[in-house]
Write a protein that binds this ligand. Structure first.
Ligand code: ZN
Length: 293
């Protein structure tokens, strides 16, 4: 057991939190092995049972890294300050009372460990760690291919999807304020299982257009293109003309893990996750090259 996990277990006796910390601890120590940690905790931890920050604080302190914690409730930030001071006297920690989107906008470092909330029984590895990682992988794939996109391609890891969609609403608000024009939005929030295709929200002309690309997807059995709901985080997004798409992975095992205590890192199959990311990159590439009608 790592020192961070041991420390966590000394301070927390909520079995759900302990299981979360155990799976995170083994994922970090087996697969990531960071030498240095720059961590962002979205939503302050301030003592008592619900303190996942206890693990993150100790882990960051152990790695002599730095931690930033942001919360929209000023009292939580104040409690958090005294909590961290007591438990982690040597930790380099920054506190921010405010909107996490604005905080991240002004953040200039390069974090390598970020805590986003999920449904609160497990890590939320399928729901929706998988979608976050796949979305970031799209850019990684383009970078590896040395692909220079025609359009701006942005990855958004939306906050608060599970209990209010405030991240999605804030994104739409900022995009209006900044007069941004989105032509295409793609969401992945149905688990990291083998991809099967996409659902689309668009007009008939654009649906015909995506169907003309279907043959490119067919050899990999990822060519189920249907009209239908795409994703709750891109739902509020409006633009003059926009095509929305949702990755459709195989749904047979989703509810074995959805909002359950076994939705942990080890429940995700690396190959299936990667296939989904590659499928998303393919569609993003096509819209980037050929635009929308
Ligand atoms: Zn969910």
């Amino acid at each position: 057991m790592s020192k961070s996990l041991n420390f966590f277990k000394q301070h927390i006796d909520n079995p759900i939190r302990i299981k979360q910390a155990e799976t995170l601890d083994s994922a970090l120590n087996e697969h990531f092995k960071f030498d240095y940690v720059e961590c962002i905790e979205t939503g302050c931890s301030y003592g008592g049972y619900d303190d996942f920050g206890t693990y993150l604080g100790f882990y960051t302190q152990e790695k002599k890294g730095k931690l930033s914690t942001v919360d929209i409730v000023p009292e939580s930030v104040e409690k958090s300050k005294s909590f961290y001071k007591t438990l982690f006297p040597e930790l380099d920690v920054t506190f921010c009372a405010g909107d996490s989107v604005e905080f991240l906008n002004s953040y200039s470092g390069q974090p390598n460990l970020v805590h986003l909330d999920s449904w609160d029984l497990a890590d939320g590895s399928h729901d929706d760690g998988a979608g976050c990682v796949q979305s970031m992988s799209v850019l990684e794939i383009f970078k590896k291919l040395n692909y220079k996109p025609k359009n701006t391609i942005r990855v958004v890891l939306f906050m608060n999807e599970e209990n209010g969609g405030r991240g999605a609403n804030k994104y739409e608000e900022l995009s209006k304020t900044n007069a941004e024009n989105h032509i295409f939005a793609l969401e992945s929030d149905s688990g990291g299982f083998s991809p099967r295709g996409f659902s689309f929200e668009c007009d008939e002309a654009n649906f015909q257009k995506v169907n003309s690309w279907k043959y490119l997807f067919e050899p990999y059995l990822i060519h189920s293109f249907v009209k239908g709901g795409t994703g709750s985080d891109i739902n509020p997004l409006t633009s003059g003309k926009i095509v929305k798409a949702g990755l459709k992975p195989d749904s047979q095992r989703y509810f074995d893990y959805h909002h359950a205590a076994n939705d942990t890192f080890d429940a995700v199959n690396k190959r299936e996750l990667e296939l989904g990311a590659a499928t998303m990159a393919s569609l993003v590439y096509l819209f980037d090259q050929y635009g929308i009608d």
